[in-house]
Every structure is written in C-alpha cells, then in structure tokens.
Design a protein around this ligand. Sequence first.
Ligand code: SAH
Length: 358
Amino acid sequence: MNALPERIAGLIAAEGPLSIAQLMTLCLQDPAGGAYGARDPIGRDFITAPEISQAFGELCGLWVAQTWHDQGRCGRPRLVELGPGRGTLMADALRAIGAAAPEFLREAEIVLVETSSVVQAMQKEKLKTSAADISWCARFDESLSDRPLFLLANEFFDCLPLRQFVKTARGWCERMVTVRDGALAFVLAPQPANPSLIPPDRAEAPDGGVYEVALSALALAEEIARVVAAQGGGALIVDYGYDAPGFGETLQAVACHKFADLLAEPGESDLSAHVDFLALAQAARTGGAAVYGPVSQCNFLADLGLGPRAERLIVSNPKEARAIAAAIDRLVNPKEMGTLFKALALAPKTAPPPPGFG
Ligand code: SAH
C-alpha cells in the first residue's frame, strides 16, 4: 500500500498548498512511495531509447569517443551520466567506446548520478561485468568539476521539478496543489508571483496562459556548461521537448504506458514535462559553453551513422531482422520519437562542433 497520498495530505494540512515542483519531487523521489524512489518505472510506465535499441547507447558512446578525439584526447577524462535508469545506455556506450577509443576508458573515471537507491542497485547489477572504473553519486556537484567532463543525459531533464504559473487578471499566479473534499486539487496562489520569475517575452500571454519553468534544470545546465567551458569535454542532452516559446502546459502523468490523472494516485505514475530547449540552451550559454542544436533525434542519429549500424546488427542477427528494423524505426520515425525527441550539445567555445551537430 503506497503511503504517499497520506504523506502529501499531511504536509498540505501542516504547511499549506504545495508547488507543482514540490509535488513532483515527492511523487518521483520519495523513498517510501515515489515512482523512482521506491521502484523501477522503466518498462512498466514508459520505455526509453536505450531500452528500445542497443544502437542508441552505442552511438552516444561513439559521440563521446569522437568528441574526446576532436579535442585532442585530453588526459583524465570523466564520463558522467545523469539519471542512468537501468544502466543500459552506459553499458552499450562503454562497449562502443571500448572498441573505438580504448585509451579513453583506461584513463577515464565514470560517474553515474542517480538519486534512487532502488534504481542504483539495478545499474550496479547491469554494469558489474564492466572493467571500467565506475562510481555513483546522488547529485551533480563541485566534486565533478575538476576534470574534462563528458556528460550524457537521456530522458533526465524531463523529470526535474517544474513550477507552473497561470496568467490571470491580477498577474501571473503560481499553480499549487491543495486538498479539497478529501482529494488533491489544483488551486492558484492568491497573490501574483514575483514578476522577476516571468521572462519579459511572456508578458503578452492571454489570460489562462501557462508558463512552466524548471529552475533546478536550468541551474544544472548552467553548472554543466561552466565545467565543460573550463575543463573541456562536452555534454549531450537528449529528451522530448520543444524549441519555440509557448504558453501551453506540458506536465504529464504516465502509468503503464497510458496518460493518467496528475493528482489521482501520487507515486503510481511517472510525472514529467516537455523540456524547454531554448531555456536550457540559454542557461548553458550563461555558463560559458557553446551550444549546438537542438536537432531532431532522427537527424542526430542518422548523422552519427544509425543506418549502417542497424544494417550491421541485422546482418549479424538475421532472425531478428524485423524486430531490429522496428526498433530503429521507433527511434527515428517522426510519428514516434524521431522529432519530438531532440538532442542538444554543449562544448567549449574553442572546440569544433561535436559530431551530429556539424
Ligand atoms: N536515462 C535512462 C533513464 C531515464 S528515467 C534511460 O534513458 O533509460 C530518469 C532517470 O533519472 C531514472 O534513473 C531516475 O531514477 C533518475 N532521476 C530522476 N530524478 C533524478 C535526480 N533529481 N537526480 C538524479 N537522478 C534522477
């Protein structure tokens, strides 16, 4: 029995309505009932690109190897993955890097950033046969700032806490969560939010327009950019999201591969939101990195050689040909993940454009 709904109701009774960001953090991270904190939602609630085809993680690994090569094969690189899920992307990436640039792996320290101990345990199991020097930590912090940084993040930024503001006649008011008639319900904060939270280009929003901002995601992008700019390396961020400003709300709950009610069963569904790639890119520029993209996942993977890789996989597993082709199609078809998912890269301003963004 998930005790999270009672905990949330108790918190609201004690401290008043929660922001959407606070609700997301509880629903995803709570060790007793959160979607990641307490169990593994991948596969059950949703499926990610590395779980669809091994080619995805392999190409991410080649992206790292090529970026490292293009920047002069710096010594002591650190390969970091944010939110590694089941560890599949890292396992596939390490295999590809081992083939393309074994010297990288000999020198590299590998760090997996993962909050959930349940999910960490799965990663350790998956990667236990890897010879690489792997360690884990719960957050990206200054301990990761003293070496050239090669960072991968697939479907990570979409689950970072998000605040929502709704345009009303009295200004932009934050959307909060309260308890009404025994159930969780949305409510608008009575006072308008501090205007400094709303970018000037949103001033013209119609009444009812929603502005979403993931402040911790932007701070993190800026921090990663600072390390990449100062130490060298690159960051590859792949996620679903948008690259034009808008006033729609994108926060969603997904349970067992179907959209669910955001408030009905806290902790029983995966909460995520479309990534605002323009805001992420701006934050990275503020951190001092050059920003490339976003480009669509289909163009990015094609540029990295997905076609020839898929052919090789089919030649070596002819009995699996149809399944392999279907998996590859799912990654690149615009009706599936091909264009909704996008790739963004950060690199030092002095470095050449990273592969896939030429
Ligand atoms: N990258 C993986 C998993 C995506 S799901 C894949 O592509 O399959 C999101 C992952 O991020 C999970 O591993 C989840 O436990 C982790 N996570 C969520 N919020 C986090 C946070 N704030 N810090 C670190 N890890 C987090």
